[in-house]
Design a protein around this ligand. Structure first.
Ligand code: FPP
Length: 231
């Protein structure tokens, strides 16, 4: 039997925390806490499945418009998660990277993030890439501005080389949970040929089995990258 195709890089838009909490008569932050616990569970399963890179959309450039209490809770969870996860990622030899402008975060959170990135730099079993204050359009503009500053030609390759993901490239598969069918500014440039998988399952309920289903669906797709199918 042919070996199942495993995507080398998966991106996940983790949507539905708020609704998950509402269904239980709780506040949205309760959903974000459950969502954070799920990040832990899914990350482990992703790397155990043979995936090399996992890009997670934790906080978008647009999420600042949410109520302050919710933003504060998300920042608190990020700090907690980075601290807690560092040891685990060290053991598992996973490198932590981020994409997005983290310079606007609190000094304390920046330190925690920078510390995780620095300490895991040489880990080579996989890459956990977390989007924080991240927006795909902003990322493209930033890349183009860098090229202009350095007097380099604006080409597809040069833009790619100046994205946050320059080292590890494009997601083969982008998953969005929570029932919405859109990309919401996630990895727009890198996602040009990504396979897309949408599910109604809310993020805190997206368990190992759901991830396996997404990987299986990916295995059935025929990626042509704009060319005709090979016979
Ligand atoms: C979308 O759900 C989710 C977010 C805006 C935040 C995602 C963050 C986490 C899962 C936790 C932190 C992440 C890490 C990596 C520690 P929503 O609130 O928009 O849900 P709704 O559409 O049901 O309202």
């Amino acid at each position: 039997m042919e070996k199942a195709k495993i995507p080398s890089h998966i991106g996940i838009i983790m949507d539905g925390n708020g609704r998950w909490a509402k269904l239980r008569g709780k506040e949205r932050s309760y959903g974000h806490r459950a969502g954070t616990a799920n990040v832990e569970r899914i990350t482990e399963h992703v790397f155990n499945s043979g995936v090399k890179t996992l890009s997670l959309y934790a906080f978008s450039s647009e999420n600042w418009a949410r109520p302050k209490a919710e933003v504060d809770e998300l920042m608190r969870l990020l700090e907690l998660y980075f601290k807690k996860f560092l040891k685990k990622m060290q053991r598992e030899k996973i490198r932590i990277t981020t994409m997005g402008d983290i310079s606007v975060l609190s000094e304390r959170l920046q330190k925690v993030i920078n510390n995780s990135v620095a300490l895991t730099r040489d880990n080579d079993r996989g890459i956990l890439n977390i989007g924080i204050n991240y927006g795909g359009r902003q990322e493209i503009v930033r890349a183009v501005n860098k090229l202009i500053e350095n007097n380099q030609p604006i080409t597809v390759e040069n833009i790619s080389a100046n994205l946050y993901s320059a080292e590890f490239g494009e997601p083969d598969l982008i998953i969005r949970t929570g029932g919405e069918i859109r990309l919401s500014n996630f990895m727009l440039y890198q996602g040009a040929y990504s396979e897309l998988y949408f599910t109604d399952v809310l993020w805190p309920d997206f368990d190992e089995k759901e991830l396996d289903k997404a990987i299986e669906a990916y295995g059935m797709r025929h990626r042509r990258f704009g060319k005709v199918e090979e016979s």
